[in-house]
Design a protein around this ligand. Structure first.
Ligand code: PGA
Length: 263
């Protein structure tokens, strides 16, 4: 069975106490992880150390929502890889559309962060996605290819093993997000794989590509059955541990069935 990837970013919602409670509840649901499942949680910076304590000896991977591209320096307000390492972080999320849209991050900056994350032996989760306008202009394919080519410039094929991609259409994210059509998601994942193969050859085939944006209990099973979707990156629908765990179990069952049937 191919590895299944499921994760959540709690954005700027849960504080430290809420994060601890959430992780405790999630661990109770999964005292051991299902075989072949990579599960990750990306809480706020101020919750990281407490989250790490709560995750002691747990296979659940801890992530950070952002990171500076320099190891140290005069970067007021930024967080360095060294600081994230000591907080127990194993994965860094880079280029979420809220970082790009609200804080003006560019592909070039995401690229520096990806390179810095890999240099510091983190897993780098690069988020990409087209806006509604780009989708309506029929530019999705080239926008995604360009975000990948720029965001992953200079990454070697040896480093590609530590990469993960989250395809998150900007128009599908958040409360006002539109639910994605399966066929559309499938075509985008196909295009992403083609670009990754172009960049890294066969190593590009092994890079997990997750889908994110208005994933919930209703559409998760359908999404995970799509060819090329290696996992799900979930926002709102993941923030209650018991129902998230239920969604994970369902998605896992679908994934097992369809990889046995060669999706
Ligand atoms: P959503 O968020 O699932 O609440 O749409 C997804 C994300 O922002 O990654």
């Amino acid at each position: 069975m191919n590895e299944l990837y499921i994760g959540t970013n709690t954005k700027m919602y849960k504080n430290r106490a809420e994060t601890v409670e959430y992780i405790r509840a999630l661990r109770k649901e999964f005292p051991t992880l299902l075989p072949g499942l990579t599960l990750f949680v990306i809480p706020s910076f101020t919750s990281l150390e407490s989250a790490q304590r709560e995750l002691f000896e747990s296979p659940i991977l801890l992530g950070a929502q952002n990171m500076c591209w320099e190891e140290a320096g005069a970067y007021t307000g930024e967080i360095s890889p060294r600081m994230l390492k000591e907080a127990g972080v194993g994965l860094v999320e880079i280029g979420h559309c809220e970082r790009r849209r609200i804080f003006g991050e560019t592909d070039e900056q995401e690229n520096r962060k990806v390179l810095c994350a890999l240099r510091n032996r983190f897993k780098a989760l690069l988020c990409i996605g087209e806006t509604l306008e780009q989708k309506e202009r029929g530019e999705s394919e080239e926008v995604l290819a360009s975000q990948l080519e720029k965001g992953l410039a200079g990454v070697s094929w040896e480093q590609a093993g530590e990469l993960m991609i989250a395809y998150e259409p900007v128009w599908a994210i958040g409360e006002k997000g539109m639910r994605p059509q399966a066929g559309y998601v499938s075509r985008r994942h196909e295009g992403i794989r083609k670009t990754l193969r172009g960049l890294f050859g066969r190593a590009g085939d092994a890079i997990p590509v997750l889908y994110g944006g208005s994933v919930d209990a209703r559409n998760a099973p359908e999404l995970i059955r799509l060819p090329g979707v290696d996992g799900l990156f979930v926002g709102r629908s993941a923030w209650e541990a018991v129902s998230f765990a239920q969604m994970i179990r369902e998605v896992y069952d679908c994934h097992v069935k369809c990889t046995v049937g060669n999706k």
